[in-house]
Design a protein around this ligand. Structure first.
Ligand code: RBV
Length: 422
């Protein structure tokens, strides 16, 4: 029996088409690993709960885990990123799914609880909400050893777990999959980088000639800065980290404090992982130019002070799908993308399947690794093993028909030694 609560089961055929489109672009997780999992069943008897954006890419991860023998439960990691056609297809394929587009905060946590009630052995989180809820409300899953280990997909989640670990409150072995090279150097850089497209979807705006302020210069935002420049925008970067600020400057971007950047900004995109990148004050709001587009690509909806902007507006008008015009008391208009939530997911279907292939290949292989190594894992943060990270790189290259060189024995000795010098 499949357990589920979704929006509309009649969307299954449309969902299947989406899954098929993604599958063809995800040769590593949806073909190479899936074929092996189908034969070897490394996840037999294991229940896996994923709190992830329920997209066509995530659906393909779920199918692979199921092919490996796992019982799979899914809920959304963001109320606006769930693709309702995909959930309908998932239910038909026997994946227990609790997710629908536009759920409330209460419903969001209800869905998480439904997944935790299934007593999962592995949790795959995106943003830490499911694993934190397990700690707070389902401690017996941890104390009984039911949860073998957990995996985290995104930068914000990893930050939260590092904070928990520092306080001695992280009670499960946790793999920060986000920090693997095959994840953050591709998904974050290219996927979020292409998030610029979501701003274009939102307003159908020409970037050329615009002043585009990018808040943050980590993997996510540096990808965006480059692409905004490629589209002809004048890009201004804001940072709090001196090294990242220098990297942005030496990459040729203007760098300045946000308060200085705001008055000329036509488009503002945030991906810092922090809160209140634009401070929620009348003084800061007074700096925003009439017609400015505000989009956030970080995990939570507080980078842009969404709540306070809504409160400040005298009128809020939906103008396109997932875009609102906020009219301030003095008549200035602000265009807010995706209610301040991850515009890259809400407005443009999430990161492209090709990069999610690598992230989700890591997630699939890490689930297998956890089962194989369950008896030796200790609570706390544990890096994704380098050989698994490398394997995903190798498989991705293979799938693209690209060969690379191998070190000769002589070269291997040279780079691992110190004796040969001048
Ligand atoms: N992300 N998932 C998708 N298409 O399923 N797109 C983006 C998808 C993940 C990505 O790995 C990122 O770290 C996270 O969403 C942010 O919540």
């Amino acid at each position: 029996m499949v357990n589920y609560k979704i929006a509309d089961e009649s969307l299954a055929d449309k969902g299947k088409e989406s899954l098929y489109v993604a599958e063809n672009k995800m040769p590593v997780v949806a073909k190479m690993i899936r074929d092996r999992f189908t034969k070897e069943k490394p996840l037999k008897g294991i229940t896996i709960a994923g709190c992830l954006h329920v997209t066509k890419e995530t659906a393909n991860l779920a199918r692979t885990l199921k092919a490996g023998g796992a019982e799979v439960y899914l809920c959304g990691s963001n109320p606006l990123s769930t693709q309702d056609d995909v959930t309908a297809a998932l239910v038909q394929e026997g994946i227990h799914t609790f997710a629908w587009h536009g759920n409330t905060d209460d419903e969001f946590y209800w869905c998480i609880r439904e997944c935790l009630k299934a007593k999962p052995n592995i949790l795959i989180d995106d943003g830490a909400d499911m694993i934190v809820t397990a700690h707070k409300e389902f401690p017996e899953l941890i104390s009984s050893g039911t949860i073998l280990a957990c995996q985290e997909e995104t930068t914000t989640g990893v930050k939260r777990f590092k904070a928990m670990d520092k306080l001695g409150q992280l009670k499960v072995p946790l793999f920060p999959v986000n920090d693997a090279r095959c994840k953050n150097q591709f998904d974050n850089e290219l996927g979020t980088g292409q998030g610029i497209i979501s701003a274009i979807y939102g307003m159908h705006v020409l970037f050329a000639g615009k002043n585009c302020v990018i808040a943050g210069y980590g993997h996510c935002s540096s990808g965006m800065a480059l692409r905004a420049r490629g589209l002809g925008a004048n890009v201004i970067v804001t940072e709090i980290d001196p090294i990242k600020a220098l990297q942005a400057r030496f990459a040729g971007f203007q760098v300045m404090p946000i308060a200085k950047a705001l008055p000329d900004a036509d488009i503002i995109l945030t991906a810092t992982g922090c809160k209140h990148v634009i401070a929620p004050t009348k003084e800061m709001f007074a700096l925003l130019k009439d017609g400015v587009i505000l989009g956030n690509l970080g995990h939570f909806d507080i980078e842009i002070p969404t709540k306070e902007l809504y409160e400040h507006a005298k009128e809020i008008k939906p103008i396109r799908s997932d875009v609102e015009e906020l009219i301030f008391p003095d008549g200035r208009r602000i265009y807010l993308l995706a209610k301040g939530r991850l515009a890259n997911l809400v407005l443009s279907e999430g990161h492209p399947s090709e990069v999610m292939d690598m992230s989700f290949a890591l997630q699939a292989l890490m689930s297998e690794y956890i089962v194989k190594n369950k008896d030796s894992l200790k609570p706390g943060m544990i890096d994704v093993p380098v050989d698994i990270d490398d394997l995903v790189g190798i498989l991705k290259l293979q799938s693209m028909g690209i060969d690379i060189d191998e070190l000769t024995e002589e070269q291997y000795k040279y780079i691992h030694g110190y004796e040969e010098g001048t």
